[in-house]
Design a protein around this ligand. Structure first.
Ligand code: NAD
Length: 314
């Protein structure tokens, strides 16, 4: 397997940032998105805009996908499939359904191609800085071969064993983040009603046992009022449904899973597909006739760490 020409499919909020890190590391990219407006973000960059998937497969031996849903991934992979051979490697960086991932990877491996599952976690701001975390699964030798590419996009990289494991772990950690987000919304509402400054509340949580990654990042853009986390309600709903499916597969009864599913479904209906996932807090604000704001919080999250070297977490 020779890795020299890289194709990138799906240039949305997070795909664009991952692709840009490869380009900034002197990699020429062959890009494809069904929305051609996304190509404007790559003007004057070292890219070839592909007009279709067939061309991308013809030009590249590494194909990275970062797509919004299991359905979109299936469509893309099924279209690519006839064009693939043993020179190809597919790296899946979307958050997707474990069974879909397993089934599609079997089809691709049948063509003689290689597969690595590599979903990302840590937010758009870390995708931008190149410090996002990557959960990777597939053959160990494929992982070792691909590591130099992954390390251009991420910092902490965990090898998770067989295909399907990385998607399962990714869904699980997103579930925890969404639960935490709702909990923070309710905690902020209590502080607000008790007339405690929410900037002070943020600091108190940050130095105490209730702190979390979500508090340190998402609370900031809630308090500024932008809600901008670069992650949208449609994707949050997809991930919560995937978590519920994983639990249903083994008939694990979920209390919190159901609450989360209903709340985010309502968020989707009221706030819309492309509202930020963080704006779920607006439901709590509306129900309690409050706004959760504080001074001096940023409208956008920025990872002010410089790009850290990709390392494997053992
Ligand atoms: P997005 O919705 O912003 O972008 C998806 C892109 O894929 C769009 O540009 C769209 O035009 C393109 N697309 C859709 N269907 C296509 C098709 N059939 N062929 C070609 N292009 C197609 O999504 P995103 O936020 O960039 O997320 C991408 C994936 O990464 C999702 O699975 C998401 O759950 C996951 N993820 C996102 C974040 C984040 O912070 N945004 C973080 C971690 C993981």
């Amino acid at each position: 397997m020779i890795i020299n020409k890289i194709g990138f499919i799906g240039l949305g909020n997070v795909g664009e940032k991952l692709a840009m890190n490869l380009i900034n590391n002197k990699k020429k990219l062959y890009i494809y998105d069904k929305n051609k407006e996304t190509y404007l973000k790559f003007k004057k960059k070292n890219v070839v805009n592909c007009s279709n998937l067939k061309d991308l497969a013809k030009f590249c031996n590494v194909i990275i996908t970062c797509l919004p849903s299991p359905k979109s991934i299936r469509n893309v992979i099924e279209e690519l499939e006839p064009c693939l051979n043993k020179s190809h490697l597919w790296i899946e960086m979307s958050t997707t359904d474990k069974e879909e991932m397993i089934n599609l990877s079997k089809k691709i491996i049948k063509r003689g191609s290689h597969v690595l599952e590599a979903p990302i976690t840590g937010g758009e701001h870390r995708a931008k800085s190149g410090n996002i975390s990557i959960l990777a699964a597939g053959e160990r030798k494929t992982f070792d071969k691909v590591f130099p590419i992954l390390s251009k996009m991420g910092h902490q990289i965990l090898y998770c064993g067989k295909i399907g494991n990385a998607s399962t772990l990714k869904i699980l950690t997103n579930y925890l983040a969404s639960l935490n987000l709702l909990g923070l919304g309710e905690a902020l509402a209590v502080a607000r009603k008790h007339k405690i400054d929410l900037g002070l509340t943020y600091k108190a949580i940050k130095i105490s046992s209730g702190n979390s990654f979500v508090n340190e990042t998402e609370t900031q853009v809630i308090l500024s009022g932008s809600y901008d986390v670069g992650f949208t309600m449609d994707l949050a709903n997809k991930d919560i449904n995937l978590f519920n499916n994983l639990a249903n597969e083994y008939k694990i009864s979920l209390d919190l899973g159901k609450v989360l599913k209903n709340k985010f479904k309502k968020g989707l209906e009221i706030l819309g597909n492309r509202s930020y996932s963080t704006s779920i807090i607006k439901l709590i604000e509306n129900e309690n006739r409050i706004k959760m704001r504080a001074k001096n919080f940023p409208n956008q999250l920025i990872d002010d760490n410089i790009k850290k070297k990709g390392i494997e977490i053992k």
